[in-house]
Design a protein around this ligand. Structure first.
Ligand code: HAM
Length: 417
């Protein structure tokens, strides 16, 4: 029996690999236009990094973390998200705020795998620390939209937004929800019953059919906003209007993590079934090293973006060597070495006949074939065959690099530094 990948994980091959890299590179390049600094945190973190931040009622904490004890008995967790780890980094490295941090990489959640949902998945993640101004929320939403446009999927995803208000709003709203939901305790799902004591706002997120009937008449948050919360939210909505970003206010959008306040948003698509959030995030003003630290961020799921974008990688076309005779075979090794070190993609095969070499040159979609036998070695020349037109020409050995550079201009491997 062949061994398969772990449930909810995937291999990445060729075209998908390029697509994946394209998304990461594009996100990084766009992040630089907004002043983000790239950072990388370890995949392994002490469990408390997440326990202290994500909230005891979040699905991640209650059922989804990959947690184990290492050989020294320390509790370790494979990171289920970036935000808590980036907060740890900010504190640990004593970074000066304001600061904008970009990261990307794999995350792990023990969820039921389905289209757009894996147990090992990847995010592009953006966090801004030290800016309390609502313009930072607007900038981030606009950055999400910028990425959607870059990926050519802006028409597939719509912005949903809500505000959870400030601390006072959240306390008042929680109280109102508890007194409403307590009347239906016996009818609520087990998850919602638990949330009633831990974080009643999260009940609004329930997908349970019976819960949804009860939620329908639950108090709405707009009646509980403080003056400051309302003004903050208004500024954000005005900013979005100025930028021409259309949105829908979804008062049930509360997000699955407990750290949010004020702005929460998601760009949601209908094209991925039930896993529709492509980008998601919000504000999570927090205490870091005993100091109030405003923070706002979002993350996009790379696998979800991959499902949506049209992408085909342009495969580079090789120069194919066709040596004829023993001496030419030996010279091939030296020649390919020289070509590759001159950044020219070149290939040849060992031990095959002239006929099969020609066939192979077609199979690998070579741009040109370089043909040389004893005669060419003696004259210090090569015969170059253009594989598209079939025309052949003789070139002096000394001029070969320049000539090949010219011929393969539009079909080369590009190197960036
Ligand atoms: P999240 O909503 O848990 O938020 O995840 C953000 C995005 O990651 C989702 O919208 C989705 O595209 C992708 N995603 C999440 N889980 C999976 C999965 N199992 N398989 C595939 N893709 C998935 C956060 O992670 C927050 N830390 C975002 C944030 C940053 N908030 C503030 N700053």
């Amino acid at each position: 029996m062949t061994i398969q990948t772990v449930r909810g994980t995937k291999d990445l091959l060729s075209d998908d690999w390029y697509k994946f890299k394209y998304i990461q590179d594009t996100a990084h390049n766009v992040s630089r236009l907004y002043g983000f600094i790239p950072v990388e945190t370890p995949i392994l973190e002490y469990t408390e990094v997440f326990m202290k931040t994500l909230g005891e009622s979040s699905d991640i904490i209650t059922k989804e973390m990959y947690t184990f004890e290492d050989k020294s008995g320390k509790s370790i967790t494979l990171r289920p998200e970036f935000t808590a780890a980036i907060m740890r980094l900010l504190k640990h490295k004593k970074l000066q705020i304001p600061v904008r941090l970009f990261s990307s990489g794999p995350l792990f959640r023990y969820e039921r795998p389905q289209k757009g949902r894996q147990r090992q998945f990847n995010q592009i993640n953006f966090e801004v620390f030290g800016l309390a101004d609502p313009r930072s929320d607007i900038e981030l939403i606009s950055l999400s939209q910028h990425l959607l446009i870059k990926f050519g999927i802006n028409d597939n995803a719509k912005l949903e937004i809500n505000s959870l208000g400030d601390n006072e709003t959240i306390i008042r709203y929680r109280k109102a929800l508890v007194s409403y939901f307590e009347k239906y305790t016996d009818d609520l799902s087990e998850d919602s019953k638990n949330r009633l004591t831990k974080n009643p706002i999260r009940i609004l997120d329930s997908k349970d059919k019976k819960d949804q009937l009860i939620i329908h008449d639950a108090p709405k948050i707009d009646n509980y906003y403080t003056k400051e919360s309302l003004s903050f939210f208004d500024k954000i909505l005005n900013g979005l209007q100025c930028l021409g970003i259309s949105y829908t206010i979804n008062s049930k959008l509360v997000r699955g993590l407990d750290y949010y306040c004020h702005t929460v948003f998601e760009f949601v698509t209908q094209d991925l079934g039930s896993q529709g959030a492509v980008f998601a995030g919000g504000r999570y003003d927090t205490i870091i090293a005993g100091k109030y630290t405003p923070a706002v961020g979002f993350a996009g799921g790379i696998e979800r973006i991959m499902e949506l974008i049209n992408f085909s990688s342009k495969e580079p076309r090789p120069i194919y060597l066709i040596p004829i005779g023993a001496q030419a075979e030996v010279y091939s090794l030296v020649l390919t070495d020289k070509l590759r070190k001159s950044r020219l993609y070149s290939r040849y095969d060992y031990d095959s006949t002239l006929k099969s070499k020609m066939k192979k040159a077609h199979q690998v979609n070579a741009k040109v074939a370089l043909i040389f036998g004893d005669e060419e070695l003696g004259n210090k020349t090569f015969k170059i065959k253009d594989m598209d037109t079939g025309t052949e020409e003789i070139i002096m050995r000394d001029n070969i690099i320049e000539k090949l550079e010219l011929l393969t201009q539009d079909s080369r491997i590009t190197h960036s530094r």
